[in-house]
Write a protein that binds this ligand. Structure first.
Ligand code: ATP
Length: 248
């Protein structure tokens, strides 16, 4: 384990994050392919300078406005998110009154149970995902399963690290979709109403902070939503990655 890495180590945060994922694998939360997906994300994060760029912060604010304005907001949680940021998922759900649903690419009742338990251990009170009585049309059987009173009826969904097919199928359903993905070129980011090109461990607390600030200010949520430009945010993230300007 790398938990004893000193703070001064240039990759300290990244190495500790890896520890959480490996622990998640050992505890039955994360899949082995989840580790590889994380590696792809790390490469983009390195090029972003492992920070929240201003356009991602604006996206997180728009996402918070969507969640606050929603009737049935849902945060979808997979094995990587559960291992990396369980307390941050619960805090965002608290800040926005959103439901939490465990929804896995490789569905297994055992892993859903383990993830739900882990989220409860971090303060979640109501975790959806096990019922599996809803459908996302256009996906083959297992991958299209969701909860009828969770993702199926949601009007706004947060899908961190989602696979492109499912992100596209959710978008087809007319739901407002908030995607957290470090790759601005991934299909998930491209189909999102609000793509947040940032590490999920940073994006979740950024969204929660914006949600609290927008609520306290009694902000014009529709105005915040309308002024966000998804294409501009994606283009800005791609430019930042390609230029690799790590120190601005
Ligand atoms: P898509 O199917 O959307 O075109 P993909 O095939 O690259 O993209 P996967 O391999 O299923 O997607 O999932 C990995 C995605 O998750 C990558 O786009 C990666 O950048 C992103 N990712 C991995 N770890 C994180 C993280 N900690 N925070 C945000 N995004 C992450």
């Amino acid at each position: 384990m790398t938990a004893d890495v000193p703070d001064s180590h240039p990759r300290a945060a990244s190495l500790r994050t890896r520890d959480r994922l490996v622990e998640g694998l050992e505890n039955g939360l994360t899949s082995r392919t989840g580790l590889i997906a994380h590696g792809r994300g790390e490469a983009f994060d390195y090029l972003l300078g492992e920070r929240t760029i201003p356009s991602a912060d604006r996206a997180a604010r728009a996402a918070a406005a969507h969640l606050l304005a929603a009737d049935h907001p849902v945060i979808s949680v997979n094995g990587n998110v559960a291992a990396l940021a369980p307390e941050r998922v619960v805090d965002l759900a608290d800040a926005t009154d959103a439901a939490i649903e465990v929804n896995l690419f490789h569905r297994s009742a055992e892993r859903i149970e383990a993830i739900a338990d882990h989220l409860r251990a971090h303060g979640a009170t109501d975790v959806h995902g096990l019922a599996g009585d809803g459908r996302i049309p256009g996906l083959d059987h297992d991958r299209g399963i969701c909860d009828a009173d969770g993702i199926e009826r949601a009007d706004v969904v947060v899908v961190p690290l989602e696979d492109g097919d499912r992100a596209a199928a959710l978008a087809e359903l007319g739901k407002s979709e908030i995607v957290i993905d470090l790759n601005p070129l991934s299909r998930s980011a491209q189909v999102a109403d609000v793509p947040i090109v940032d590490n999920v461990v940073r994006a979740l607390p950024t969204m929660a902070a914006h949600a609290r600030e927008l609520s306290e200010a009694g902000a014009d949520l529709d105005g915040v939503i309308a002024e966000f430009d998804a294409d501009a945010a994606l283009a800005d993230a791609e430019r930042t990655i390609r230029e690799g300007s790590l120190a601005d």
